[in-house]
Design a protein around this ligand. Sequence first.
Ligand SMILES: Nc1nc2c(c(=O)[nH]1)N[C@H]1C(S)=C(S)[C@@H](COP(=O)(O)O)O[C@H]1N2
Ligand SMILES: [Mo]
Length: 315
Amino acid sequence: MLIKKPQDIPSSEITEQVIYLERRKFMTSSIGLTAAATLLSPQTSVAGYGGKTLKFTKDKIFDRKEELTSFDKISNYNNYYEFGTDKYSPAKNAQALTTDPWSIQIDGEVEKPGTLHLEDILKQNPLEERIYRLRCVERWSMVIPWVGFPLANLIKQAKPTSKAKYVQFETLERPSEMSGQKRNVLPWPYIEGLRMDEAMNPLTLIAVGLYGEVLPKQNGAPLRLVVPWKYGFKSIKSIVKITFTEKEPVSSWTKVAPNEYGFYSNVNPDVEHPRWSQRKERRIGDFLKRKTLSFNGYAEQVASLYTGMDLKKHF
Ligand SMILES: Nc1nc2c(c(=O)[nH]1)N[C@H]1C(S)=C(S)[C@@H](COP(=O)(O)O)O[C@H]1N2
Ligand SMILES: [Mo]
C-alpha cells in the first residue's frame, strides 16, 4: 500500500522523486547498510533501519542545515504513554500494534464526514520530506526528517463548515495491543487539538515516515501529527479520528494538569512550566544545553497567528 517497488514506479515519477537515500549515497550496494552503519560514529546522522522505503519529494525550504538526530535515537527515545511511561518502553512495546489495515474517522462540523482508509489518504496526498525540530516539554529536542503531507490538504478534502473553529484529534484506544492503556496514567484515548488556523498552517504536517521509511510504530505509525512550533505532546500519534468542533477541545494533558498544559502549548522560553524553566533544552546527543527559541525557531512562520493574544495567559 505505502510502498512501490522501483519496477512499479513509472520513469516520469522517478525523475521527480527524491529519495532520502540521496543523502547517504556513499553507502551504495557494494557495502551493506548495516556494515556501513557500524563504520560510522554514533553521532553520524544516518538511518540503519531497513524499513519500507517511501516515495516523496523534498522541500529545500525545510532543510535546516542542522545535524539530524540519528534514526537510532529518534526511534529509541520516545514518549508514547500507550506503550509505557518511560522513554525506552515504546520501542519495544509498540511492536504489538497492528497498523494495517488502518482508517480514520472524520466527523463533526464538516460537509464530508466519513471513514477514510489510509491507502486512499496516501493516494490523494503526495508525500514530501520535512526536516523539523521537535522540542519536548521535558526540555529535550531532536531534529527529525519526517515524511508526510500538510494537514491542510486533508482538511480541505473534508470541507469544514463555517462552524468549525477547532480540530480535535484522537489516538487509537486498543488496550489489548496498547499495554499502557491498562493503567490510568492518562485519560484514554489520547486527545489533542488545534485551532483551525493552526491546523491549516503549511508547517502542520501529518507524518507517515521517518528517514525516508515507513514510520516506526513507536513514533506513531501509521500516521501522526507534527506541529513543530508547539511542545512535542501536541504531536499526537496513531490517529484514528479527526473531529471538527465549534468549541476548544480539551486535551488529555490539559485534563490531567490544566495548570501545566494549556491548549496552545507553544514553545515559549518566557513562560515557565510550573515545575521548571523552559529557557533551555538539551538536543539529544549533545552534552551542553542550548537556548530554547521562541516558537521553537518557527516564529517567522507562525507568530502572526497569535497577534494580540497574551501568550502568558494562553500558554
Ligand atoms: N498518542 C500519543 N501521542 C503522543 C504521546 C503519547 O503519549 N501518546 N506523547 C507526546 C509527546 S509528550 C511527545 S514529546 C511526542 C514524542 O514523539 P516521538 O516519540 O516521535 O519523538 O509524541 C507526542 N504524542
Ligand atoms: Mo513531550
